[in-house]
Design a protein around this ligand. Structure first.
Ligand SMILES: C[S@@+](CC[C@H](N)C(=O)[O-])C[C@H]1O[C@@H](n2cnc3c(N)ncnc32)[C@H](O)[C@@H]1O
Length: 198
């Protein structure tokens, strides 16, 4: 549920993100978190399926993880979040604990390329929000972890259309997938797996 504890942490992270942007900090020092409406959309997706297994690629300080985990908590489920930056990982742990969501989450520290190559777990929902140049490779690594009915949500496809237009086009051209660009906030590519991959 979106209880007071969760909402308080989300509000604090939104204020911190706004202050970082206002101060003009370089991207690497900011949380670079999703918009609140995108967070609410992720919450809805995660809450819609009992026992949902969620994979998040690019956890940062936990803002989107908290939305996803609060959703997964509704009918039971879990979120595995991948994050490279040690300082972000430390903040992620603090924020997820403050929100009371440790029980529904796991953080895997390190490069998502290596983590994904080494996992055989199956996921129902993948949220892709790492470096734009890596989306194609990360999707390719995540694809075998999805069965028909699995969903991939990729952020920033409209805000970074130059870098990510090819990502959307490739998903929309694949007959084993159904994919649509949803013009919410920075643009989400919503892809459902219909059949086995290549
Ligand atoms: C846009 S931010 C994610 C924001 C987060 N989803 C949120 O809304 O709160 C991207 C994050 O991906 C992480 N990242 C980038 N490349 C990565 C990689 N190869 N493996 C794991 N994490 C990576 C960055 O350190 C950064 O924290």
């Amino acid at each position: 549920m979106l209880d007071d504890r969760v909402l308080r942490v989300l509000a604090r992270l939104e204020a911190e993100d706004a202050a970082e942007r206002e101060a003009g900090l370089p991207a690497g020092q900011r949380a670079r978190q999703v918009e609140p409406t995108t967070g609410r959309f992720l919450f809805a997706l995660a809450a819609a399926q009992a026992g949902i297994e969620v994979l998040e690629i690019g956890g940062s300080r936990g803002y989107s993880t908290i939305w996803l985990a609060a959703g997964a908590r509704v009918l039971g489920g879990r979120v595995v979040s991948l994050e490279l930056d040690p300082a972000k990982c430390a903040a992620w742990r603090t924020n997820v604990a403050d929100a009371g969501l440790e029980e529904w989450t796991d953080l895997v520290e390190g490069d998502a390329h290596a983590t994904l190559a080494a996992t055989e777990d199956v996921f129902d929902l993948v949220f892709l929000d790492a470096e734009k140049d890596d989306y194609e490779a990360l999707f390719t690594l995540a694809r075998p972890l999805l069965e028909p009915g699995g969903l991939v949500v990729a952020d920033n496809v409209l805000s970074h259309a130059e870098a990510l237009g090819a990502y959307s086009a490739a998903r929309q051209a694949d007959s084993a997938l159904s994919s649509v660009t949803v013009p919410l906030d920075r643009g989400l590519e919503l892809t459902v797996v219909l059949g086995p991959g290549p």
